[in-house]
Design a protein around this ligand. Structure first.
Ligand code: PHE
Ligand code: ZN
Length: 861
């Protein structure tokens, strides 16, 4: 495998070096003789010289050798290899170039290109996997139509799928059969896909707004068919939503989704043939939690929405990745918000941003939404590209307002349909259709780092003055920043009357410091700012605990109530972690008690609002993270809330319930009840473990079962082992559920978690070869702040060892799990030294992939 031979200093690709392709490839024909051991691929490329130049045709390749090369039907031998590139001299303006290669899918452990997963042959080409299948200009600005022929053993691979529409099929010799597919829409090679396997489809139809009928199919192994209804339903709802909200209609006669167990990411939007990690397809109440159900709908929607934002309009180069990913995340967030509670959806989105993107933006791997350079593009499928990218689209939608934003999207789709576009193209459409100047806004694409905004209000003689100041911290390669334009939704509430004193106002903060005046403010105002999280920034305000408690009760925007509560909790927890000051407990208890009054009306919201910030988010507030102090502070406040409000939690626990259904209300009640169980356990009540175990045994759905198991897994009773054993024995044959078993233990708050995790890594069911399994243990452990950052450094050593082993199989997945080691600057000197030592050990490993090299070496800088 060539990854193993990566040079000591791998090459850097830079955005400024972009040049248009020398040769275009308007048409491709692929002929696959499929076999897991040896697959022969014949590719016929119609190539056209692009512009006046005399350059030869250069085709990317990786891991294969050309068996033969033909130009215009004649075998040639004047080709050469430059590194892994195939260079073919050509004299004319247009030619037909044919290549033949052999590849070995069953040996492909990195899961890029053509590989085998549980007896299914499938492909993953984004970003640069197509070159592992055949020689091709493997860059997103070379768009071709594809005709694909597959021949395979009929018994092992009765189903043969590819992009576009099926054209023909037939029998071949030796028990083999063939199928041909044609995709009429020009697409880049990263959207190519094929699947061969013994699959069954859950089928349906969708009639588009213009009356065309689309055949839908979700393809899985026969045994999994009963768990595909939710995904199929989500697909139909997504198709209707994109028509209604964005005017986007599906364009082929078939839309297929295939689920495979071994997959590096969540799912892939290949044209007409999405391929999914099975965890984002398979669900039934017995095996999937409400959270899983939500995630499945969101990912199905996301991949479907890519058909326009990504496929019909694609990216010119990989620096523009957020053009499709940020926009598509924004679209799937809009979809999810429309399915249930918009406030809860926004809370989840912001929580995710703070858990993954803020730390990335504050650490050694910080990069702009449109990066300037990379070593390995796979490392840039990040929370910044996806989630901060989505926030950028959201800010533009706020600045434009809904009508103009929709007009701008229409303009973008119409102008760039069938082409490979840039982030700049998108912003220009926003400007033109929105009638706004986004010059300063473009800094959001160029500058990394989370802006900080200081906000304070003065009140004098009927006038409130809001003082704002912004600061964008330095990030790697960007020591000095320019001020950004920051859209802040603000509103003032009267401290006495608890009534709004103003309408919600959109303030565009543009200068380093600005003041905003509100007149007619007759009582002391309390500031509600960044409402709905209108900008992805950190607000630093001097609002008192009393004012935050007031907002958590009285703000008329539920998201703002949540934010006020979080800030109140955070201030309290930081005071404890830093100075052992627990005087803030009382205010938090009062605010939570007050919020619980709403439990009947809006259980889903209340369940979110009463949750404490995560340990790592608390750690992010400290100048030096003290994981033990953070843990103690958080446990202390949990115990106070549990104990002081025990009656309330018990009341909720024993209160309203609904039979299992995946509806917003039933979901909310389940969530709240599981949160209540957690607080009862935190109170130290003697019967908590029994309560949890009873729930565990009686549960008729995975949400309640996991809620109970999560509480037990952090506890000390014998019932913990009993529950874990029962769970294991019941689900040992279901990989996705077994992942939960590993994950819960890796996330446990027990003192012995690091040791338990090390032991679980030797469990017969643990394997690094399956990315979901690797993430469920190694990934989960990395985000367990206290367990991972034990002062002995055993957690760091464990992670480094796992990553070095995983890198040999699957560099992409290994690199994704590295970031916890890169937080060394945030910790004390002792821990920092231990973490650096592990990073250095990784960098010095012979044969390291460029994926892991880039992450580890950047983390040391
Ligand atoms: N493009 C995929 C998505 O957003 C993610 C992905 C990237 C999947 C690379 C596989 C490989 O949904
Ligand atoms: Zn995507």
């Amino acid at each position: 495998m060539d990854m193993q031979n990566a040079p000591a200093l791998p090459a850097v690709t830079r955005r400024e070096d972009y040049h248009p392709p020398e040769w275009m490839v308007p048409e491709v024909e692929l002929d696959f003789d499929l076999d897991p051991a040896k697959t022969r691929v014949r590719a016929t490329l119609r190539v056209e010289r692009n512009g006046a130049h005399r350059e030869p045709l250069k085709l990317d390749g990786a891991g294969q050798q050309p068996v033969r090369v033909l130009v215009d039907g004649v075998a040639v031998n004047n080709w050469r290899l430059e590194g892994e590139r195939l260079v073919v001299p050509l004299t004319g303006e247009a030619h037909t170039v044919e290549t033949e290669v052999e590849i070995e899918p069953e040996k492909n452990t990195q899961l890029m290109g053509l590989y085998a997963s549980g007896g299914i042959l499938c492909t993953q080409c984004e970003a640069e996997g197509f070159r592992r299948i055949t020689y091709f200009p493997d860059r997103p600005d070379v768009l071709a139509t594809y005709r694909v022929r597959m021949t395979a053993d009929k018994a092992r691979f009765p189903v043969l799928l590819a992009n576009g529409d099926p054209v023909a099929q037939g029998e071949a010799d030796n028990g083999r059969h063939w199928a041909e597919w044609h995709d009429p829409f020009p697409k880049p090679s990263y959207l190519f896909a094929l699947v061969a396997g013994d699959l069954q489809a859950n089928r349906d139809e969708f009639v588009t707004q213009s009356g065309r009928t689309v055949q839908l199919g979700i393809w899985v192994r026969e045994a999994d068919l009963p768990r595909t209804d939710h995904a199929l339903h989500a697909l139909k709802v997504s198709m209707a939503w994109d028509e209604r909200v964005y005017g986007r209609e599906y364009d082929l006669d078939v839309f297929n989704i295939v689920a495979v167990d071994d997959f590096n990411f969540g799912a892939m939007e290949n044209k007409g043939l999405n391929i999914f990690n099975s965890r984002y397809i398979l669900a039934d109440p017995d095996t999937a939690t409400d959270y899983d159900y939500d995630a499945i709908a969101a990912v199905v929607a996301h991949e479907y929405f890519h058909n326009w934002s990504g496929n019909r309009v694609t990216c010119r180069d990989w620096f523009q990745l957020s053009l499709k990913e940020g926009f598509t995340v924004f679209r799937d967030q809009g979809f999810s918000a429309d399915q249930g509670s918009p406030a809860v959806n926004r809370i989840e989105g912001v929580r995710g941003l703070r858990a993954a993107q803020f730390p990335e933006d504050a650490g050694p791997l910080a990069h702009p939404v449109r990066p300037e350079s990379y070593i390995e593009i796979s490392n840039f499928y990040t929370a910044t590209i996806y989630n901060k990218g989505a926030e950028l689209i959201r800010m533009m939608s706020i600045i434009l307002g809904p009508q103009k934003f929709r007009a701008a999207c229409d303009l973008y789709f119409q102008r760039f349909d069938g082409t490979a576009a840039t982030c700049e193209d998108f912003v220009r459409c926003m400007e033109e259709a929105g009638g706004v100047d986004l010059s300063q806004f473009r800094l959001w694409y160029a500058q990394a780092g989370t802006p900080r905004v200081q906000a304070s209000v003065e009140h004098e003689g009927g006038r409130a003055t809001l003082r704002l100041a912004q600061h964008v911290p330095p990030t790697p390669g960007q020591p000095v920043k320019e001020p950004m334009v920051i859209p802040l939704k603000v509103k003032l509430f009267g401290a006495e009357t608890a009534k709004p004193l103003t309408d919600e106002r959109l303030v565009l903060l543009k200068d380093p410091a600005e003041t905003v005046v509100f007149d007619g403010v007759v009582e002391r105002p309390v500031l509600s700012i960044n409402r709905g999280f209108s900008a992805p920034v950190i607000i630093e305000s001097d609002r008192s605990a009393a004012d935050l408690g007031f907002l958590s009760a009285n703000d008329d925007d539920p998201f703002a109530r949540y934010e006020a509560m979080q800030q109140l909790m955070l201030d309290t927890l930081v005071a404890d972690a830093v100075e052992g000051d627990r005087s803030g407990h009382e205010a938090v208890v009062a605010a939570v008690a007050n919020t619980l009054d709403d439990a009947e009306r809006d259980p889903a919201f209340v369940a979110e609002a009463v949750l404490l910030p995560s340990e790592s988010f608390i750690g992010d507030q400290l100048s030096v993270v003290d994981p033990e102090a953070v843990f103690r502070a958080r446990e202390g406040l949990r115990a106070a809330l549990g104990g002081k409000l025990e009656e309330r939690w018990r009341g909720l626990y024993d209160g309203e319930r609904e039979p299992y259904a995946y509806t917003p209300r039933a979901k909310g009640l389940r969530r709240l009840r599981n949160v209540a169980l957690g607080y009862i356990a935190a109170s130290g009540a003697g019967d908590a473990d029994k309560l949890a175990f009873t729930q565990f045994e009686a549960a008729d759905n995975m949400t309640d079962r996991m809620g109970a198991l999560t509480t037990l897994a952090s506890g000390a009773s014998d019932l913990r082992e009993a529950a874990l054993d029962i769970f294991y024995n019941r689900y040992r044959d279901n990989a996705l559920v077994l992942d939960k078993w590993f994950q819960t233990q890796a996330l446990s708050s027990r003192d012995d978690t690091a040791a338990q995790v090390a032991e679980l890594a030797r469990h017969p069911d643990f394997t690094l070869a399956n990315p979901n399994r690797a993430r469920s243990l190694v990934g989960a452990f990395g985000v367990n702040q206290r367990a991972f950052n034990g002062a002995s450094g055993e957690g760091y050593r464990f992670l480094a060892e796992q990553l070095i082993a995983l890198d040999k199989l699957n560099p992409q997945t290994a690199a994704k799990l590295l970031p916890p080691l890169g937080r060394w600057r945030r910790f004390d000197a002792g821990r920092a030294k231990l973490m650096r030592a592990e990073l250095e050990r990784i960098v010095a490993t012979p044969g390291l992939s460029k994926d892991l090299f880039e992450q580890a070496s950047k983390s040391l800088e």
